[in-house]
Design a protein around this ligand. Structure first.
Ligand code: ATP
Ligand code: XMP
Ligand code: GLN
Ligand code: MG
Length: 542
């Protein structure tokens, strides 16, 4: 009998803290902090029906959120959460939610926004409630971000911390393990935040901090085998980026050559990229990889298109056309071989931030860019060919994926590689894409990245590249007038790619790069360095 593959999910194998999300921008950081302590944590919307939970959390955190508990239409937890009899920690809105549930008059709008640093005086009560702030001393700096506040202490609760502005900055139930804090322990600006989350999860909830990537890999391989069975074929789009490579390596471990990887050369890849991916995935990792050379097709469809979203759509739909063809080809070729079977699964390298994005209790946010390179693939192929999605990394953050990559023996240079967008150089050329322009941007990018590596700066930068402005500028090269393109260098530092700071190079280094590009890449008249942080800029040029 085949076991239920869900039995292998981390929340059934590791003590898990459930984070109920009220829409805070920093809910995911609560998970990051807990996981970095070795405590597995999962996020669900605050409106989750407790009766529908298929697993029992060791404890629950209510996140912060942009709403006000007393407003009509504001989100509230299922009251059944209090009957689970597991410890609860409310953060900011989450704390206000605990107080409001007891009496709606407990929470009101404050006189002023309290945003930024505050000092919490810890009150010792000499009972179980002291456990939350154990080991922190008498006063700790924290980060606040709120307008509403507790104006009355909820019945049955005691104060465990106070600031000048918030008398009830920390509260705890006299008997039950229910705690609330007005400040944000998940932020770096709350230096003792990790200690508080450890006190809560390990000491109060009793969660074993045993979340290890090693165990995850084994569990996931078992789960994949059970899901896919012993006949079906799995198709995977791989780019040579970290996510798809780690996903592919896991699939290969799980089902060997029944996993078929496809790399599409869309004509907008980095210098020598396809050859390198072929070598790493095909030769070193032993993955059955086909490189589809579609450069002409993509560049043809992109000719004359300047709108960035149109470029993305054209590239996305061309990817789909090719994957459909490949699925048919793979099935045909597998016929009459020991691996004959239907392509039933499509591998995607979805990460947890994407999952959180879709689960999270947030209002509609503006679409700045459509990032999904293979977007639409699921719907069309799922309905047409009955494909199902398999997403082995959907519970992981990027640094966890990198850790698995190392464990699977993927080379450090690939594991630490800067991300590269699916549409590639096409969205790094401001304006319409031609073969000549791609080639110029590609050469310039290779020079910039090589010099960054030689200077030992690569791992300090989160993402760097050279793009091209199709406007041309006049230059003088050896007494000759040159009318050439402008190369835009970009390098940023960021943790989550949602916001980013410009990397501070030495001017002398930038001057050296500029000289090298002007000298070595024909068609370039000028090199500039982009000084825009994100926001207001985005990381890619388009
Ligand atoms: N040239 C390509 N050929 C085939 N699939 C691709 C290609 N480019 C992107 N993809 C698919 O799109 C997915 C999303 O791309 P994305 O850049 O977000 O991830 P990645 O390339 O795996 O990792 P990284 O973020 O490190 O670049 C990839 O995981 C891969 O499945
Ligand atoms: O696979 C992708 N397809 C896309 O269309 C795309 N656009 C941006 N990016 C990557 O996303 C991160 C944030 O980029 P932006 O600040 O430009 O939105 C950066 O890491 C970008 O490289 C993309 N990745
Ligand atoms: N960060 C938060 O959770 C804010 C909660 C609530 N909206 C307030 O202003 O107090
Ligand atoms: Mg990529």
């Amino acid at each position: 009998m085949v076991a239920n593959p869900d039995s292998e999910l981390p929340h059934n194998n590791f003590d898990t803290i459930l984070v109920l999300d009220f829409g805070s921008q920093t809910s995911h950081l609560i998970l990051r902090r807990l996981r970095s302590l070795g405590v597995f944590a999962e996020l669900l919307p605050c409106t989750t029906k407790i009766a529908e939970l298929t697993w029992k959390p060791k404890g629950i955190v209510f996140s912060g959120g942009p709403s006000s508990v007393y407003d009509e239409g504001s989100p509230h937890v299922d009251p059944a959460v209090f009957d689970l009899n597991v410890p609860i920690l409310g953060i900011c809105y989450g704390c206000q939610e605990i107080a409001w549930r007891i009496d709606s008059k407990n929470v009101a709008r404050g006189k002023a926004r309290e945003y930024g640093h505050a000092d919490v005086k810890i009150t010792k009560v000499n009972s179980h409630v002291d456990r939350l702030f154990a080991g922190l001393g008498e006063e700790v700096p924290v980060f606040m971000s709120h307008f509403d506040k507790l104006v009355t202490l909820p019945t049955g609760f005691v104060v465990i911390g106070a600031t000048k502005n918030s008398e009830f900055a920390g509260i705890a139930h006299e008997e039950k393990p229910i705690f609330g804090v007005q400040f944000h322990p998940e932020l770096e600006h709350t230096p003792c935040g990790t200690d508080i989350l450890r006190n809560f999860s390990v000491e109060i909830c009793g969660a074993q901090p045993s979340w290890k990537m090693g165990d995850f890999v084994q569990l996931e391989i078992t789960r994949i085998r059970e899901l896919v069975g012993d006949k079906a074929l799995v198709l995977g789009a791989v780019s040579g980026g970290v996510d798809s490579t780690v996903g592919a390596a896991l699939m290969k471990e799980a089902i060997g050559n029944r996993f078929k990887a496809i790399l599409v050369d869309n004509g907008c890849m980095r210098l020598n990229e396809c050859e390198q991916v072929k070598e790493t995935l095909g030769e070193h990792l032993g993955i059955d990889l086909t490189v589809v050379d579609a450069a002409e097709l993509f560049l043809g469809r992109l000719a004359g298109v300047t709108d960035p979203e149109k470029k993305r759509k054209i590239i996305g739909s061309t990817f789909i056309d090719l994957f459909e063809q490949e699925a048919i080809r793979i099935e045909k070729e597998a016929e009459n071989t020991p691996n004959s079977g239907k392509v039933e699964w499509f591998l995607q390298g979805t990460l947890y931030p994407d999952v959180i994005e879709s689960l999270s209790f947030r209002g509609p946010s503006a679409t700045i860019k459509t990032h999904h390179n293979v977007g639409g693939l699921p719907e069309r192929m799922m309905n047409g060919q009955g494909l199902r999605l398999i997403e082995p990394l959907r519970l992981l953050f990027k640094d966890e994926v990198r850790a698995i990559g190392r464990q699977l023996g993927i080379h450090e240079s690939l594991v630490n590689r800067h991300p590269f967008p699916g549409p590639g150089i096409a969205i790094r050329i401001l304006g319409d894409v031609t073969k000549e322009r791609v080639e110029i941007a590609r050469q310039a990018d290779n020079i910039f990245i090589t010099m960054i590596k030689e200077a030992g700066l690569y791992d300090q930068i989160s993402q760097a590249f050279a793009g091209l402005d199709t406007n041309r500028s006049v230059g003088v090269f050896g007494d000759q007038r040159v009318w050439g393109y402008i190369i835009i260098l970009r390098a940023v530092q960021t943790k989550d790619f949602m916001s980013a700071e410009v990397f501070n190079f030495d001017n002398a280094f930038l001057a050296k790069v500029s000289r090298a590009i002007c000298n070595q890449v024909e068609g370039v008249a000028r090199v500039v360095y982009d000084l825009t942080s994100k926001p207001p800029g985005t990381i890619e040029l388009e």
